[in-house]
Design a protein around this ligand. Structure first.
Ligand SMILES: C[S@@+](CC[C@H](N)C(=O)[O-])C[C@H]1O[C@@H](n2cnc3c(N)ncnc32)[C@H](O)[C@@H]1O
Length: 229
């Protein structure tokens, strides 16, 4: 399994090229909550897959991530768009650098998983701390919307084993709503499919992409959301 911390420091552009092959997720967010005029935090914002489309409609977006290298690409892109309703800040998910009751929506794309994976001995405590922190910064009736991996290179939803306890906790302990979406990658050819996946995914997935000669790589995502009263 490639070292993702290394990727988020040293292979920022490669990561961004990979996710640019996936669909825009704003329509899925808008099905849950209309973002126009909202104050939003994107935690684990990465290179801005969610921050950048959100900033074009929202009142404000604060992009948080532990990787300054990832955040730097967001800042470049938002500057290029001429927007000024955003900020970036280095932060860990467990300590959001914002006062209580400040935002209407928190989004988290493929990022809480790093602390909530059952590979982490303290995953339950981490999850509880992250949710409490998010709840603290949300205004009454604010929303939390989480995207996570339900299977890359799989024609059926098949989440990685190390995430199933986390997903069960979201459903059963925290009572989130849940739906499934497809986030397939559409590469220009099979060569590009291999180049833009082998630095990030496990060998087993890359072997499947290779043996199937995929140009379009199937992927499932779960979307969990909850309104906090
Ligand atoms: C798979 S990327 C997702 C980025 C972006 N949300 C997206 O949808 O493309 C995961 C991001 O979470 C960040 N991350 C992982 N663990 C974190 C933590 N404990 N605190 C803050 N950011 C974290 C990484 O630095 C990385 O940018």
């Amino acid at each position: 399994m490639p070292n993702h911390k290394h990727v988020y420091k040293n292979e920022v552009l490669q990561y961004d090229r990979m996710i640019s092959k996936q669909p825009n997720l704003l329509p899925h967010i808008e099905k849950i909550v209309a973002v126009e005029g909202l104050d939003i935090i994107d935690i684990g914002a990465g290179t801005g897959r969610l921050t950048i489309p959100l900033a074009q409609t929202a009142k404000s977006v604060l992009a948080l991530d532990q990787s300054p290298e990832m955040l730097s690409l967001i800042a470049t892109r938002l500057d290029q768009l001429g927007l000024s309703n955003w900020e970036t800040q280095v932060a860990d998910h467990r300590t959001i650098p914002v006062e209580d009751n400040q935002v209407d929506l928190v989004v988290a794309g493929w990022s809480l998983c790093y602390l909530a994976s059952s590979n982490q001995s303290e995953w339950k405590e981490n999850l509880s701390q992250m949710i409490a922190e998010i709840k603290r910064v949300l205004r009454p009736n604010g929303y939390l919307l989480i995207f996570e991996n339900m299977g890359t290179g799989s024609l059926q939803p098949r989440p990685p084993a190390y995430l199933t306890s986390y997903f069960e906790a979201l459903d059963q302990s925290y009572h989130f709503n849940h739906s499934l979406i497809r986030t397939d990658y559409t590469f220009s050819d099979h060569e590009e499919a291999l180049t833009l996946t082998n630095f990030f995914f496990e060998d087993e997935i890359v072997k499947r992409i290779s043996s199937e000669e995929w140009v379009q790589v199937p992927e499932w995502a779960g979307m969990w959301w909850k309104q906090f009263k």
